[in-house]
Design a protein around this ligand. Sequence first.
Ligand code: GTP
Ligand code: SPV
Ligand code: MN
Length: 654
Amino acid sequence: MEQKKGKPQEEISFLDREEDNIFYEVHTIHVQKIGTVPVAKGDFGRLPLKAQKFIAKWIQVCNPRALYICDGSQDEANEVIHKLEERGTLHRLKKYENNFIARTDPADVARVESKTWICTDDKYDTVPHVAQGVPGILGKWCSPKDAKQYLENYTGCMAGRTMYVIPFSMGPIGSPLSKIGIEITDSNYVLLCMRIMTRVSHDIWNLLNASNEDFVRCVHSMGVPRPSQRKTINHWPCNPEKLFIGHFPSRKEICSFGSGYGGNSLLGKKCFALRIASTIAKEEGWLAEHMLIMGITNEKTGKEVFVAAAFPSACGKTNMAMLTPTLPGYKVRCVGDDIAWMRFDETGQLYGINPEAGFFGVCPGTNHKTNPNAMETCLKNSIFTNVAETQDGGVFWEGLEDEVDPNIGITSWLNQPFRIGNPGKAAHPNSRFCCPAGQCPIIHPRWEDKKGVPISALIFGGRRPTGVPLVFETFSWEHGVMVGACVKSEATAAAEFTGKKIMHDPMAMRPFMGYNFGKYLDHWLSLNKAPNKVPKIFHVNWFRVDEDGEFLWPGFCENIRVLEWIIRRCEEGSDDIGLKSPIGYLPRKGSINLEGLDKPVKWDELFSLPKHYWEDDMAESKRFLQLQVGEDLPEKVKQELDAQEKRINEELFA
Ligand code: GTP
Ligand code: SPV
Ligand code: MN
């Protein structure tokens, strides 16, 4: 790393730092070299002592060739972008302003759930007590002893590379709802994305100095020290064979090794804001959820309602969070598209913030019709990963066919020539745009409000091709928690699963739980107490298909019609639009506005509750929760399951 002119080179010497050795003993990782490392940028000696200790320890372990302390400035971005362009990791998209494309090693394209672990001394802090022989899928536990072998891989893992230190805040800097993190990484692509997805600032050091607040320790390495033993593809170093993403809730530490992609490496996101944050939230009495937050204003009355919605990965959060309403008289504004941190205030009102500062959204399917706001948001200052490029320096992916010249030359995400209509995919199904949320044309003026926004309704959903109606309202908080625990969805490309298998994804949190799922359900249930006014809970399904496999509901911007029904149900005196069914309140026929839709909607099919389907589904869900949550399944949830099963067996069906 180049040295700024005029500034003497600072060196950190470890031999005389007694406290680092104390740390070293706690971790018992083999230290390759104790010596000095040049500081390419920043003033190590002025960092808060707790940050110094953390960084120093990992320098000893990882053995980088230089230390670069990030300050979040534009100069810093320019410097790093320049380096990555020179190396070929990033390529400027000349059709836009300050937009870049990166293509990964094709072996590193999505979250890897099978290598993602929570490490606790007590196994049952992480996973529920299940019967012997049951392979649990709710939480992946790794003993600290077993974690050690993976942590050994950090020894010397940054040799020949620069270690970047990224101070960041999840949530507006200084908000009582926000939390601080420091990510160490040897990937400057990760640095650039973290600058978009979180608030990276020099002010973080002052905050840490001024308070007793602790920070979340995030350690990331691509796992490819120099000289590299592994062939680097697409200028994207990674080490899939040694992939390990470990979370240590007791010491608020995340260790991610071997991948540079998305949720594996942008540690503020799923690792911190969901897995670690959920454990902090449990302790402190709040909620860290895989939810979007949006505001919907009725322009006639001027009244705005905020909702938060949890869908599994690649099931429609980003699209819903910033939809352009097709119904006249409504205005939608986006607060967040992926994660919500929520807490009841002293009056009992639930408030939520978006801890992130950017969107890391699915590209395929996104276009000016389905999600014009996302398209506008990523016109500048954005990084696209694993999309295709048009010969005029634009982006392309499945879903943009109508927005580019049909004869234009395209280079696929695999660097192959591609033409529209060719077999195969131009972009990877999990290709993503990474763009600053503040650029969204409908970002909410209060999206950085330190108190957050008041949440009136919670919504669960998933990809359910059959049986599950477009929308229903649960009977109570407890019933809603049970419905959330029963969320299922078709597998998507966001993780390593292939095929269209229907998987359980309770509360849309299966891959993101930081602790015992039974205790998590207990925590949710415990929130229904004075003075809290718990919001209503709904369930939606945009993905039901007819016998030809065609979607029964147009989805996307038309989802405002469902939101309108939900908002009306949250108002007093709206009993006439709900119809009691065994699974909750369904919309009474005609109570969802269908005016102006391109195609008529088959209402009866969209809302039917096939009795056999629901009998099987209930029995299956019950079995799943009994098996997977075992003795940790709260009594209340069991009662709700039994009651619903009884209603399904006995009651008449719509
Ligand atoms: P993550 O970022 O992985 O958490 O995904 P997400 O939940 O934000 O999902 P996103 O909004 O990015 O949508 C994922 C995929 O579902 C995209 O290909 C969308 O085009 C598609 N999709 C989103 N909303 C709808 C909808 O209402 N109907 C249909 N049919 N598809 C949708
Ligand atoms: C998800 O999988 O839910 C994502 C993408 O939002 S990632 O950032 O990779 O976790
Ligand atoms: Mn997501």
